[in-house]
Design a protein around this ligand. Sequence first.
Ligand SMILES: C[S@@+](CC[C@H](N)C(=O)[O-])C[C@H]1O[C@@H](n2cnc3c(N)ncnc32)[C@H](O)[C@@H]1O
Length: 372
Amino acid sequence: QIVMDFKHPNGSSVPVMVPRRSLLVMGGESRYLWTHGITPRKFDVIQVSEGQKVEAVSGNTEALTLSKRGTRTSFTFRKIRHSPCKCAFPSVCDSQQEKKGGSPPLVGDLGAASLEKEYVHKVYEDIAGHFSSTRHTPWPRVVDFLRSLPMGSLVADVGCGNGKYLGVNKDLYMIGCDRSKNLVDICGEKEYEACVCDALSVPFRPGSFDACISIAVIHHFATEERRLAAIQELTGLLRKGGQVLIYVWAMEQEYNKKKSKYLKESSNEPLPLSSGADVNQDFSSKLPVHTNRTAFDSQDLLVPWHLKPKCQSKKSEASTGEEQLVPSSVYHRYYHVFREGELEALCRKLQDVTVQHTYHDQGNWCIILEKL
Ligand SMILES: C[S@@+](CC[C@H](N)C(=O)[O-])C[C@H]1O[C@@H](n2cnc3c(N)ncnc32)[C@H](O)[C@@H]1O
């Protein structure tokens, strides 16, 4: 038996126990509105029950037990449609969505700013301690870039997080900045130079940096205009001949027949047993909630973060700065995952840079630009 997770676009999730040798027929809402998938993990939390039947796993912890996964063979049969669809679920129906070049903007600029505030900035602020504890290892090709720079180079890390890259090459003068105060404080504790600012308005002198990096940040902007503005802000920091390295999360998590580490590593984070996603109603109909460690099926999505209880910081309230024990919760971060060629096409809109190199690394699209 195995647990299959059904997700509603409003963020609610229902784990359903599927016994061996069973047949699941999906139609109507369960087929079109809900998404379903099997999260890679070693154990499932299942209902203690007498018979073997398909049923939703309840939230009653006393009636639950762990079941070790074995080998699974499953077959999926789908009816293929050869004409446009007129189903009753237009908000999730490709045929009934307006077709334009590229991905349609989700929200206007104001909507984008409040989406980012709610689903990026607030989230990083709240998860900073836990997030930082999971971010130790610098990605080797980012390190190679930083090590390739001449001694004494002035380098900005925009969206530096916990400062993972600020100390990898002691021969550089590196300064970081990030929207999250709690993450910038963590950089300060490590004695790195960093300040709080938005990547759309970086308070460093334009044209003065030998190099910049922005790793896994630009995908948090909710419109193409804002992603381009963030890249322009980065390139504006560079002197003539200066270089910037940008990483964004890729839609293609399997590339050259190799799965990214993200897909390969099965998650240690349990999914909530019942609907726990407190997703803002305005956007919930448009933004699917991603199932961690699975392939992306949408470019704009909310990615759950399961905050470990001991890492929940209540710093935003007047506090002693001590961590407090509060029940575990699920946060959702907004991402726009980039398709192959999308980052390059965006960068080519800028007149004052040339594209030096683009590549796929660790499930990201990456680009090195040089300032003309
Ligand atoms: C996935 S983390 C990457 C952190 C770091 N670059 C790394 O590689 O470990 C994304 C970071 O971008 C920051 N961020 C998101 N939106 C931002 C914005 N508008 N301005 C500045 N930083 C932002 C977040 O606070 C977070 O630290």
